[in-house]
Design a binder for this molecule. Structure first.
Ligand code: AGP
Length: 609
């Protein structure tokens, strides 16, 4: 995700901004820039690539001034290059902005602004904000705060925005979805998208809430809501060290990323769900009605997201789907034609097996689409098109937020194909879009303190098991596989995931009083069948850990331990249900003292064969 830093005070801003951006590098980025106010004009320096490139530019052309803003960009709209790097300025250079997030309606705003004579330099959604604010600034008699506030009233989407004007010694900022934290110094004020950038200067922080606006000046700050009403926000004293700060106060990146899932899903879905028409706006330059079959190819957790995609696409779009692990696809001489859509799924976009499988599919004439997190990664340069999941950098080796965002992307692709092929009515599509919109809230609910505490108890109870079995049916069979993968890769306990109906064909031989069996038994048309499998486990003294939907007290009788999860539409339940399994694996691994972020033998991205 993008990094933001702002400063106003007595120091030279350049040093504060560059060092602050360096503290945010872990967030992942592909370009960087600063803008500094001095003697009534704002100078901008920005470069594609790493911060060192910006540093070299500033060494050659330094900037003086004690008010400035800085940005590291995790590209969403527009390639990583100097022009698309932030900050963005109006044509006259008097207004300069930086932005983290996604402006859903930027295309329509850009067209309107162009029609009114504005000229754009970049391909970004963010630049629209500068021009919008410029218009409102003129309409409000040069009131920068009011100009920003009115502009945000026309914007839909996620933003952490910071704005400066050459005629004002002040910084105006606002956040919705994308985080912003203010640092309160002695006679100086700071802004950042995350705490690490501020720790060298102050530990007094104000965490802005969604819908907050703030004006920073030499005399301090004031916070309002988007309607202009004053808001009081407490100053927190932060005692984290730098490493803890990068983890947002969480013990590990993995736990931070589990809790980031509501935001990640918001960013995956935002701007892509059109509730009015029951369509999805995926901006994919492929014809969804031209394919006769679909190959989904990936590795590890990404492959399991693909298995969920198979259920969703076949059920909704009625088109044949096959899912392969990339390392097998590459060598099985697959049947491919120009009527095949090959979908590769990859968080890193660098997994060598998936990259080579993509090349194999292209050789056969397939159209290729990527479901990818890392912008500009190797796969994206060879794909016909890419649907970015915008989950933000995933540092923990065990994939969590990328997985749920990948599954969210598979649901949108299923809708995209189904609507184009006429296999889904507008009413049915709207029902699914509504279910998708609920996901960030449902995942937030799945992360409630009570649920997390209860899962921790269950995890610790069975932490010394030698083996685990995970079972699920239908669209949640892959959920069972993902739960098993999570557990084995961070706790090193042998764990298998199985389709519950398959248990009688072998795994039932494993059942005894030492074997915890986790069964995903949430609300579904297959629930009764699943409970029958549970009874087979209980009849053989297996220990049953049941994932049940809230309120299902009847089936609790079949369990040794119950983990309740929020009720959700069956087609989106793999996303809501998996959160409990992520936490179960996490607390098992921590109970065993394992290194959750860097499990033994594993790499975050397998770029060698
Ligand atoms: C999942 O928790 C693992 N880290 C691993 O299986 C991973 O999903 C796999 O290596 C694929 O990585 P990618 O998504 O970056 O291609």
């Amino acid at each position: 995700m993008c990094g933001i830093v702002g400063y106003i005070g007595a120091r030279q801003a350049q040093g504060v901004l560059v060092s602050g951006l360096a503290k945010l590098e872990y967030r992942g980025y592909d370009s960087a820039g600063v803008a500094i106010l001095d003697h009534g004009s704002i100078q901008v320096r920005k470069k594609a690539g790493k911060l060192a490139n910006l540093g070299a530019e500033l060494a050659e052309h330094p900037l003086a001034g004690t008010l400035g803003i800085g940005h590291t960009r995790w590209a969403t709209h527009g390639l990583p290059n100097d022009t698309n790097a932030h900050p963005h300025a109006t044509e006259d250079g008097r207004i300069v902005i930086i932005h983290n997030g996604i402006i859903e309606n930027y295309l329509s705003l850009k067209a309107e602004l162009r029609a009114r004579g504005h000229e754009f330099k970049s391909e970004t959604d963010s630049e629209v904000l500068a021009h919008l604010i410029e218009e409102k600034y003129a309409q409000t008699g040069s009131d920068l705060y009011e100009a920003v506030r009115l502009s945000l009233g026309e914007v839909r989407g996620a933003y952490g925005i910071v704005v400066t004007h050459a005629d004002h010694r002040e910084i105006v900022a606002a956040r919705t979805v994308s985080p912003l934290v203010m640092g309160v110094g002695e006679g100086e004020m700071f802004l950042a998208s995350d705490v690490p950038a501020l720790l060298p200067y102050t530990r007094r922080m104000v965490f802005l809430h969604d819908g907050d606006m703030v004006v920073l000046s030499d005399s301090g700050y004031r916070v309002t809501d988007l309607q202009g009403r004053a808001v009081t926000r407490q100053i927190d004293q932060i005692d984290w060290d730098a490493e803890a700060a990068e983890k947002g106060g969480f013990d590990t990146y993995m736990l931070k990323e589990i809790y980031e899932q509501p935001t990640a899903l918001t960013n995956t879905l935002i701007g892509r769900l059109n509730d009015d028409s029951g369509e999805v706006n995926l901006d994919i330059n492929l014809d969804p009605s031209s394919f006769k079959r679909i190959s989904i190819i990936a590795c590890g957790t990404a492959y399991l997201a693909g298995l969920v995609g198979e259920y969703l696409i076949e059920q909704l779009a009625r088109i044949p789907v096959e899912v392969d692990v990339a390392s097998e696809y590459r060598y099985r001489d697959p049947l491919v034609s120009e009527h095949t859509l090959a979908i590769v799924i990859s968080q890193s976009g660098e997994t060598i097996d998936t990259l080579e499988a993509l090349r194999e599919a292209k050789k056969g004439g397939a159209k290729t689409l990527g479901v990818i997190n890392a912008k500009g990664s190797s796969m994206t340069r060879e794909l016909d098109d890419t649907l970015y999941i915008h989950a933000g950098p995933e540092i923990g080796v065990a994939s969590t937020k990328a997985y749920t965002s990948m599954v969210g992307a598979m649901l949108m692709l299923a809708l995209w194909l189904a609507r184009a092929r006429g296999t889904l009515s507008e009413a049915q599509a709207k029902e699914l879009l509504s279910a998708a919109r609920e996901l960030p809230r449902l995942v937030e609910e799945a992360l409630s303190p009570q649920r997390v505490a209860q899962i921790k108890v269950v995890a610790e109870k069975y932490a010394h098991a030698r083996d685990y079995l995970f079972l699920g049916r239908g669209v949640n069979a892959p959920t069972a596989l993902e739960g098993a993968l999570k557990l084995k890769e961070i706790s090193y306990i042998h764990a298998e995931g199985y389709a519950a109906g398959e248990m009688k064909h072998g795994p039932i031989a494993l059942i005894d009083e030492n074997l915890p069996v986790v069964v995903v038994a949430t609300q579904s048309r297959l629930l009764e069948k699943t409970i029958s499998n549970v009874q087979e486990v209980r009849a053989r003294a297996g220990k049953v850990i049941l994932l049940l939907s809230d309120g299902d007290t009847e089936n609790a009788q079949h369990a040794d331990d119950v983990i309740y999860v929020p009720r959700s539409h069956e087609m989106v339940s793999p996303i809501v249900n998996v959160v409990a399994l992520q936490l179960l694996s996490y607390f098992t691994a921590t109970a065993l003292g394992k290194d959750v972020d860097k499990p033994r033998n594993l790499a975050k991205s397998v770029t060698v064969e």
